[in-house]
Design a protein around this ligand. Structure first.
Ligand SMILES: [Zn+2]
Ligand SMILES: [Zn+2]
Length: 282
């Protein structure tokens, strides 16, 4: 198995972070008091050691930590960012690359035409180097990140402005990365086809179930609930189930606690969680 091309999980929680902004939960308050980021916002790093290139999927507000983590695997500071969509947790970290931060240039930002026009407005507010290139990607496009690694953009339903993509990364092996979507039912055929073809499939696991947000209408924050996904996919074979790793966990998700009965249920049903720092060969 190649050690030259791989992905690395750089964060596993929903856009609000963990501790989550505004939380009054005593355990989370303790992390704030210690200025400790317990779990970083969902992101995936991609490394090609042969070409010495590295990429991020999404630019989260925890980008400085994620870039540092990536630099332990690749001496190249950052060749490009694939943006899934333009919600805060997925583009809010771009500012770190501006003149006041890393002052980074000569890198590419990949996303849809509509998303790029929104991202350009963000870049216009702050001062960025002018040698950033914007690569417009259409649904279904297969594009090269390096000679050895390609990405395919897959459009999924999600309430964000612009488009929401998941990406299928392909080297010697394949990885699916779908951190945000409203559901899996309205793209179930595509979902199942991708699950068949990939070795690992990272999926939106924001909520364990719909009871987690008693003070907010769950319809206003649509995500597939993990409990429903387990039920929906119960007839799949164990091999397919074990490819699925949930990420983008909300602060309310009981799976954040590995001693929970929910975590036990997840594992008994052969599904998994994404782990920060986990490396998957491509
Ligand atoms: Zn998100
Ligand atoms: Zn989102």
């Amino acid at each position: 198995m190649s050690k030259d091309f791989f992905s690395i999980v750089l964060g596993t929680v929903q856009d609000g972070g963990y501790p989550h902004i505004g939380s009054s939960n005593p355990e989370q308050k303790e992390y704030f008091q210690e200025s400790k980021i317990k779990e970083k916002i969902t992101s995936l790093g991609i490394v090609d050691k042969i070409e010495n290139k590295s990429f991020l999927i999404d630019a989260t507000p925890h980008l400085p930590y994620q870039l540092n983590q990536l630099s332990e695997h690749s001496s190249n500071p950052l060749s490009g960012i694939l943006v899934t969509h333009v919600h805060w947790g997925h583009i809010g970290g771009l500012g770190w690359l501006s003149r006041e931060g890393l002052n980074h240039g000569r890198f590419k930002i990949f996303s849809s035409y509509e998303n790029i026009s929104i991202i350009r407005k963000y870049c216009d507010i702050f001062e960025f180097k002018t040698n950033i290139s914007f690569e417009k990607v259409k649904e279904g496009n297969i594009f090269n990140l390096t000679e050895n690694i390609t990405a395919t953009a897959v459009k999924v339903p999600h309430r964000a402005k612009g488009d929401t993509f998941g990406y299928v990364l392909s080297g010697n092996r394949k990885i699916g990365y779908f951190p945000d979507c409203d559901n899996i039912t309205s793209w179930k055929d595509d979902f199942l086809n991708i699950l068949q073809e990939v070795d690992v499939f990272y999926l939106d696991g924001t909520f364990w179930n719909k009871a987690e947000l008693p003070n907010r209408k769950i319809e206003s924050v649509p995500h597939p609930s993990i409990e429903d996904v387990i039920e929906d996919l119960k007839d799949l074979n164990q091999g397919l189930k074990s490819k699925l790793k949930f990420t983008h966990l909300n602060q309310t998700n009981p799976l954040l606690n590995k001693s929970s009965i929910e975590f036990k249920k997840l594992r008994e049903n052969h599904f998994n969680l994404a782990e920060d720092g986990e490396v998957v060969p491509l």
